[in-house]
Design a protein around this ligand. Structure first.
Ligand code: ADP
Length: 500
């Protein structure tokens, strides 16, 4: 259970609230029961004392001592009376019910009331046998002698036992109620939170490829419904802004193409003019180089913008990637040879994917070209292609300069170059990997990189494999559109970044 989840926090909150409420309730129950039992005991003691005075003490003067003794021992027999009673006058005991038997409580040793401060009040004393007792004393001023004092007393131990039992029950019930509430609440919270979980999962997936999808609307009529609607409106605005941005990039690159072609043509025409000074020729040639570079950037930018916006038409057909890879490497071997770089290719079995062979070739060209560009003379490049589960896995590993760790997250960004000087020197535009990523995304694939500086880099491309049934159909059809070792038309269509 995630302790930071809303569900856990809400459960923890209301369980704490419930614990506080239960604690207050337990205190109230305990206090109430205790007060009730004590009051009942006090009422009994008062009532007994008053009964003794009315029924036996008041007629004492007229009826005599022996009548009094008889009546008292009948009503409050010695040794078994609870409450215990004692009647005294001037320090002399007139009658005492004596020690209580079941349970045995020794009360006969209790002192007689010392002064009038104890009259009409309750005292707590401890019996010689250890039990706590509550004693009530009431006086009656007779016609003769000093006032007659009536003491009534009760054992408080049963009351305390009862209260202890109550505390045990409450203490045992509280954790059971709290655990039950926590488990039940946690399970109950799952229902209301389910739409939020679905909303989060959908929000996570939206935008990985496109913003075309929308969040599910929670029809609860409350804040959650408003949240889902507000988030969808936000995605609408984001999509609009993104589309605007892409249209702008695509339009800008398109608009730049014509003036660049004109500049290029004009510069070439200028070079033809006879009698130009060496300085002028050098200047015009340099401008021509830069205009070519700019054309490449504009072309690449347009490709990415179109791929991103879906404007670039991608032919989704069965493609046998191993043949495409081998023919591409064949054509690039010269470049590697120039730098004495050994290129090995581990791709024996045919690997079928769905896609645009021209674009997939461009992925290979860009990655292998980079590997050659950023590997020193005498280095090696290892290219592997195989089917792994339901994916075609292409791996291009070089022993080149590597990419600094801080640059790794950005290498697929447009115009990002880890080593600007070196990239520019080798004719790089910083758009090669952005194109690779855009093509992979358009093919529902992914590209990733691992690298350590001065040791080398490994680029991995994963594309969904063509389902077996479609592959068999493609083989049977043997359509001329299928790549068979790479046709000339394909090669000429891919703009190779290989510089001569
Ligand atoms: P560029 O045209 O500059 O090569 P890319 O988009 O192809 O642009 O690559 C972006 C940056 O990633 C490069 O500038 C380079 O710093 C780094 N890079 C790409 N591939 C490799 C590689 N195989 N080895 C080392 N660095 C690489």
């Amino acid at each position: 259970m995630n302790r930071n989840s809303l569900r856990a926090r809400v459960t923890a909150f209301y369980v704490s609230m419930l614990a506080v409420a239960l604690a207050l309730f337990c205190f109230a129950v305990y206090g109430g029961v205790r007060a009730y039992l004590t009051n009942s005991m006090q009422r009994t003691l008062i009532h007994t004392a008053e009964t003794i005075i009315t029924d036996y003490v008041v007629p004492l003067d007229t009826k005599g001592q022996s009548w009094f003794q008889n009546e008292m021992s009948e009503s409050y027999p010695a040794g078994i009376s609870d409450p215990f009673v004692r009647v005294s006058q001037g320090g002399k005991i007139l009658y005492e019910s004596g020690d209580i038997r079941e349970p045995f409580v020794e009360v006969s040793g209790l002192a007689l009331p010392a002064d009038s401060s104890v009259l009409n009040s309750f005292r707590r004393v401890r019996a010689d046998t250890g039990q706590p007792l509550m004693i009530y004393t009431k006086s009656y001023a007779g016609q003769r002698g000093s006032p007659i004092l009536v003491q009534t007393g009760a054992n408080m131990e049963p009351l305390f036992h009862l209260l202890q039992g109550l505390v045990v029950i409450l203490m045992m019930a509280m954790p059971v109620i709290l655990i039950g509430a926590a488990v039940g609440g946690h399970l109950l919270m799952a229902g209301p939170l389910r739409p939020v979980v679905a909303l989060t999962e959908k929000a996570e997936s939206i935008g990985r490829k496109e913003l075309g999808e929308r969040l599910p609307i929670i029809h609860s009529g409350d804040e959650l419904e408003r949240l889902s609607l507000a988030l969808n409106r936000m995605i609408d605005r984001l999509e609009e802004a993104l589309a605007h941005n892409r249209r702008f990039s695509a339009d800008a690159s398109h608009e730049l193409r014509t003036p660049l072609t004109i500049i290029h043509g004009e510069l070439e025409a200028l070079l033809e003019i006879p009698g130009l000074t060496t300085q002028a020729v050098e200047g015009i040639s340099s401008a021509l180089d830069e205009s070519e570079r700019m054309s490449r950037i504009v072309h690449n930018l347009m490709t990415i913008s179109r791929l991103d916006s879906g404007g670039e038409r991608i032919e989704m057909r069965p493609v046998e990637l191993t043949s495409v890879l081998k023919s591409t490497l064949d054509h690039m071997s010269l470049l590697a040879d120039e730098k004495s770089i050994l290129v090995t290719c581990n791709a024996a079995a045919p690997v079928w994917v769905t896609g645009d062979s021209m674009r997939l070739k461009q992925v290979i060209v860009n990655l292998v070209d980079n590997a050659i560009k950023y590997t020193s003379e005498g280095g090696t490049i290892e290219v592997t292609l195989q089917a792994e589960d339901d994916k075609a896995a292409l791996r291009i590993a070089d022993t080149g300069i590597g990419i600094p760790a801080e640059s790794l997250p950005f290498v697929f960004d447009r115009f990002y170059r880890a080593d600007r000087a070196r990239s520019r020197e080798s004719g790089g535009t910083g758009l090669g990997l952005a194109i690779v990523k855009a093509i992979c995304t358009a093919h529902s694939g992914v590209v990733s990189v691992e690298s350590s500086e001065s040791k080398g880099s490994t680029f991995r491309v994963q594309l969904p494999l063509l389902p077996l049934s479609e592959r068999d159909a493609a083989l049977l059809e043997s359509s001329p559109a299928l790549p068979r070792g790479g046709s000339n038309s394909e090669e000429s269509a891919v703009e190779s970044p290989i510089k001569s």
